[in-house]
Design a protein around this ligand. Structure first.
Ligand SMILES: [Ca+2]
Length: 386
């Protein structure tokens, strides 16, 4: 590939993937889109919260550093390699053994194992955007504020998803089907498998309960886990899942951003208006699912017109209302993608076709079916075995 060709691809990738950076905003805006009203299903009130089942604390049976010894957990024939293991002490948290490693070819992960008071539970975190960095396993998304997690009684893990890059840069995926597969579904699963083996070696038993939490792409990973590897976790939180990328990133997000572009070059609807828009949508749609709980269970079952919060006559703008231009932009977004002639059928057909082609094209990659032990890491991970 020529330099100019590579540059075009890089720029195209950056432009395309920049949409993901705004995914959280779009998800907020689009949470109440209603292209096709469906029958609303009545919801049951949530069960009263019950205290977490108490399990006895379990102590390690080997030293943290001993995990690095050959065959302590993994053999040379395994795809998983540990690169470091050391005890850390932080204020307000149980001391923990931090283990780092990678699963061939280059899925990096980190695992924190409490050295005292492990409650026999394991929590794995998803990564957001296009991942690409190894976040702390203590960034626990929806589990933040949960006391047993906060004080470090859980074993917890994180991964970079199988590549190194800024979270909004997708260039790593160009011509690399293995990396696509790894972020697509393999990283979350393989890290779960590897973590459970390490936990079993460290404590002399595996976790009694395992959980996954993730938001945005982490939410997509959560859904992927439920579909492909339902045995990995006992409980899963799929937060704001950025699901089905081909239509989401290829059509829907460009449509949302294009619909929200002002002639001046800026955006029409700005983030500070989202709370008012979300509040109005909830007021209109919350009860449609049969339960006033602040959650719109099926946005498609509700008709919502952003015009209900247009600023009143004599008042041009305000944090609690939308300008006329913002109402128009919101209506365009809510109307769903359409061609220049206003037709939606072709756009939707492209989206459906892309969905059908995407996953099958990736899953045919032979490495996806079962990675070969001969695959070498693509980044320099010093081997600490021995
Ligand atoms: Ca509701």
């Amino acid at each position: 590939m020529s330099f100019s060709g590579a540059l075009k691809r890089r720029n195209a990738a950056r432009v395309s993937f920049a949409y993901v950076a705004a995914a959280w905003l779009i998800i907020q805006v689009t949470a109440t889109f209603s292209p096709a009203p469906l029958m609303a299903q009545p919801l049951r009130p949530p069960a009263p919260s019950e205290p977490m089942l108490a399990l006895r604390d379990v102590a390690p049976v080997i030293e943290c550093e001993a995990l690095l010894k050959v065959d302590a957990v993994f053999t040379d024939a395994d795809l998983t390699h540990l690169t470091s293991a050391a005890v850390f002490v932080e204020a307000g948290k149980r001391p923990y053994c931090r283990v780092e490693g990678y699963i061939a070819p280059q899925i990096r992960f980190a695992l924190h194992l409490p050295t005292e008071g492990w409650n026999q539970r394991y929590l794995q975190n998803g990564c957001g955007g296009y991942c690409g960095t190894l976040a702390s396993p203590d960034n626990v998304d929806a589990a933040a504020g949960c006391a047993p997690v906060a004080d470090g009684a859980f074993a917890r893990a994180s991964t970079d998803g199988g590549h190194t890059a800024p979270f909004d840069d997708g260039l790593w995926a160009v011509d690399d089907p293995q990396a696509q597969v790894d972020l697509g579904y393999r990283a979350a699963h393989e890290v779960a498998v590897a973590s459970k083996r390490i936990i079993a070696a460290f404590y002399g038993q595996g976790p009694r309960y395992s959980y996954f939490t993730g938001c945005s792409d982490g939410g997509r990973e959560a859904l992927m886990e439920t579909q492909r590897y339902p045995e990995d976790f006992d409980g899963i939180v799929a937060g704001a899942p950025a699901n089905i990328w081909s239509s989401l990133n290829g059509i829907f997000q460009p449509w949302v951003i294009g619909s929200n572009k002002a002639e001046s070059g800026g955006y029409v609807i700005t983030p500070e208006k989202i709370p008012a828009l979300a509040r109005a949508a909830r007021e209109t749609c919350d009860g449609v699912d049969g339960l006033e709980d602040g959650i719109i269970a099926d946005p498609r079952a509700c008709e919502f017109d952003p015009g209900v919060i247009e600023c009143p006559a004599g008042r041009e703008d305000g944090a609690d209302c939308l300008t006329a231009a913002q109402v128009a932009a919101a209506r365009r977004i809510y109307a769903a993608p359409a061609g220049l002639d206003g037709r939606q059928d072709l756009v939707l057909a492209v989206a459906v076709r892309a969905q059908r082609r995407g996953p099958h094209a990736v899953s045919r990659n032979p490495a996806a079916a079962g990675a070969s032990p001969s695959m070498e890491p693509k980044f320099p991970c010093p081997s600490t075995k021995g």
